[in-house]
Design a protein around this ligand. Sequence first.
Ligand code: HEM
Length: 147
Amino acid sequence: MSFYELILVMHDITRWLVLVVGIYAVVRAFLGWLGKKPWGKSDHSAGVSFTSIIDIQVLLGLVLYFVSPITTGGLRNFGGAMKVADVRFFLVEHSLIMLIAVILAHIGSAQVKKATSDLQKHRRAALWYLGVLVLILAIIPWNRLFN
Ligand code: HEM
């Protein structure tokens, strides 16, 4: 197995961790918000785990960007690559939107930390993490599952 294949498999598997931990963090935050529960250590850990696993996935993605034949080939002829939907997807759309997602995850997590009441912490976690999760879900290459 080449280095590229190894990173691709890791990036593929970590996708599921991002989704499972993300759904857990969002559901916890909504239950806490709507049920007016106190903000606890597990709520904090859920948010930290979600942002950390996204960090790892983005790092893997950045490595992939410079070893994948799709993106390295695309970088050699950027103009031409932009005309091929499948190449443009990884070269620009997937990579850029995932980078925006990780920035939003960190802004959201800082907003949760700054909140002054338990209710406000739950509400901010619910809305920020849901937004990040929707963005990630929207730009995952799901068609790869069926190839
Ligand atoms: C939460 C963030 C991310 C998720 C959930 C995610 C998910 C995925 C998935 C599921 C694949 C398909 C893997 C496969 O077919 O085996 C993929 C491919 C890819 N991702 Fe990401 N990704 C993320 C962030 C990034 C970032 C930030 C970059 C680059 C800056 C990136 C670059 C790539 C590239 C280049 C490929 C295609 C590699 C190839 O097939 O040769 N990803 N990503």
